[in-house]
Write a protein that binds this ligand. Structure first.
Ligand code: G6P
Ligand code: ZN
Length: 542
């Protein structure tokens, strides 16, 4: 029986870069999740008879919100819900399932790389029919709706079994519990040469994949160990836990420290990788060789033709503005366009839909292609494995040869976290107003060649996104970018992206910190970071 339940709006349901993300206790308020889901359903059209995909990364509250969403889908006109068994669907797998089954959209329950558990974070994101995150016009409409909502619509029914595959009925709604891995694994088999990778493992190649007790565990067990024959134990932390084992499921050098230490130590296997809470980010480390996300994008783009899914070449490469220009040189060599977009995966969606770009990547550890409309952690790992299976060289050698051909973009990101918002705003305002005076100015990194505030015009629909970050270019091709994070939860986070280009005939084996030292000094001179923030060093360097 359909029920209309009266409710009152919450003032804080504005979706951020990746949906509505809040503390679990916020989501536990009566009607909080219901209001947001109803606002989504009120905004999307075409629900009658349509299919909705529901799944999440397994974090605390995942199962409860899935039951709520199923009952509400039944009352809002959907004909069919596809839900991942156990409530599990990685973000890229959800994107694929939406596309493969022609769904109207999907609810992806995740707070990505943020920690999980009763005191930590939860999130709900709506993806549209192309499999990608809802564009801003849609999320703004959802937000507006949350502010005026008076009731939500649900179906009086007990919880449905989401732990065994098969068909269930909730009133008029058919609930199909699907294997969360099967469709995704089948897609990967179409893109990569599984027999070549199987032969690589059979020849003694060893890797460690750290699933960080998050959603990629079941995917990695199935694909790496079962289908590709990697030895049992290759995948560690492979069971999704509601609190990710008390860890922060962010695959970086701080939170994936164990993997990093292993890969830098005497017993390092050939290859190490990790993914985040919901499976869209990746970390790649060779034996004694960390690969920055910017370099990883460039190497993957330069070698993608070695994988069957990309053998015909790339239509184009896209990177976010703060990502290093390493990929630009690859695009130039391949004779394909390079698109520089603002930070945020959603900016790639239009380029992918239009067939203008094939591979995309960001400095924040996201890489992906036109196979789905989200970034994809395991996809990046499998493309690396395919390349390694063909080239049969260590990661360090592949990187060295890449730099010897294209030159090297030394790169680091310095984050200043939890700055009082007014101080961070004051720093950016001062920097922005100084822009016209900067060209020609001498700094510890040499004279400034260019200075602007990045604005992006989407080549597919001519929409403009302004004020996307301050870019300062130097005469030698080096670059500093300043921007405030759009995903922080406490105060403001200033991100300073430092990049120095050394051509192929220059010194390619400097320590990154040494190579970038003049730029660190220039960043301080140009932005007065210490004066504005009271911090004399970054909180995190990646
Ligand atoms: C999310 C988005 C990414 C973005 C990242 C960093 O993960 O999906 O596309 O690059 O946030 O955003 P921030 O604004 O914190 O630098
Ligand atoms: Zn994520």
């Amino acid at each position: 029986m359909i029920q209309d339940v009266s409710t009152k709006p919450f003032a804080d349901q504005k979706p951020g870069t990746s949906g509505l993300r809040k503390k679990v206790r916020v989501f536990q308020q009566p009607n909080y999740a219901e209001n947001f889901i109803q606002a989504v359903f009120d905004v999307v059209t075409g629900k009658e008879g349509a299919t909705l995909v529901i799944g999440g990364d397994g974090r605390f509250l995942n199962r409860e919100v899935i039951q709520v969403a199923i009952r509400m889908a039944a009352a809002n006109g959907f004909a069919r819900v596809l839900v991942g068994q156990g409530g599990i669907l990685s973000t890229p797998a959800a994107s694929h399932v939406i596309r493969r089954y022609g769904a109207l959209g999907g609810l992806v329950l995740s707070a990505s790389h943020n920690p999980g558990g009763p005191e930590e974070d939860f999130g709900i994101k709506y993806n549209i029919a192309n499999g990608g995150p809802a564009p801003e016009a849609v999320t703004e409409a959802i937000h507006a709706r949350t502010l005026s909502i008076e009731n939500y619509r649900t179906f009086a029914a007990p919880d449905v079994d989401i732990d065994s595959p098969g068909l269930r009925q909730v009133g008029p709604l058919t609930v199909e519990v699907i294997d969360p891995v099967a469709d995704y694994a089948a897609l990967m088999e179409t893109l990569f040469d599984f027999s070549a990778i199987r032969a690589l493992f059979a020849g003694g190649f060893r890797m460690r994949f750290d699933a960080m007790s998050a959603v990629t565990g079941p995917y990695a067990h199935e694909i790496l160990e079962r289908r590709l024959g990697a030895p049992a134990g290759t995948v560690v932390n492979g069971t999704p836990l509601p609190d990710f084992g008390h860890h922060h499921p962010d695959p970086n050098l701080v939170h994936a420290r164990d993997l990093y230490d292993l890969m830098m130590g005497p017993d390092a296997p050939d290859f190490g990788a990790a993914s985040d809470g919901d499976g869209d980010r990746n970390l790649i480390i060779g034996r004694n060789q960390y690969v920055t996300p910017s370099d990883s994008l460039a190497v993957l783009a330069a070698n993608a033709h070695l994988a069957p899914g990309y053998a015909r070449g790339l239509a184009g490469i896209a990177r976010s503005m703060p990502t290093s220009a390493a990929a630009d040189r690859v695009a130039a060599a391949l004779g394909v366009p390079l698109f520089e977009t603002p930070t945020g995966w959603k900016f790639f969606g239009n380029l992918l839909d239009a067939g203008m770009a094939t591979i995309c990547g960001e400095e924040s550890a996201g890489t992906g292609s036109d196979h789905v409309r989200e970034k994809d952690g395991l996809w990046a790992v499998l493309l690396w494995l395919n390349i390694l299976a063909v080239r049969r060289q260590p990661v360090a050698q592949i990187l060295a040869e890449h730099w010897a051909r294209f030159g090297r973009n030394y790169y680091a990101r310095h984050d200043y976290e939890a700055i009082p918002t007014d101080r961070a705003d004051a720093l950016m305002a001062a920097l922005r107003s100084s822009l016209p005076t900067l060209p020609g100015l001498d700094t510890p990194a040499g004279p400034v060649a260019s200075a602007d505030d990045f604005a992006y015009t989407d080549p597919t629909d001519a929409s403009v996104s302004a004020r996307q970050g301050v870019r300062i270019g130097f005469v030698d091709g080096s670059r500093i970018v300043f921007r405030l994070s759009g995903t922080g939860t406490e105060g403001a986070t200033l991100r300073v992206y430092l990049e120095r280009y050394v051509a192929a005939d220059g010194d390619l084996s400097l320590e990154t910190a040494v190579a970038l030292a003049p730029l660190v000094a220039a960043a301080e001179a140009l932005a007065g970071i210490a004066g504005h923030t009271g911090m004399d060093r970054p909180s995190v360097i990646t």
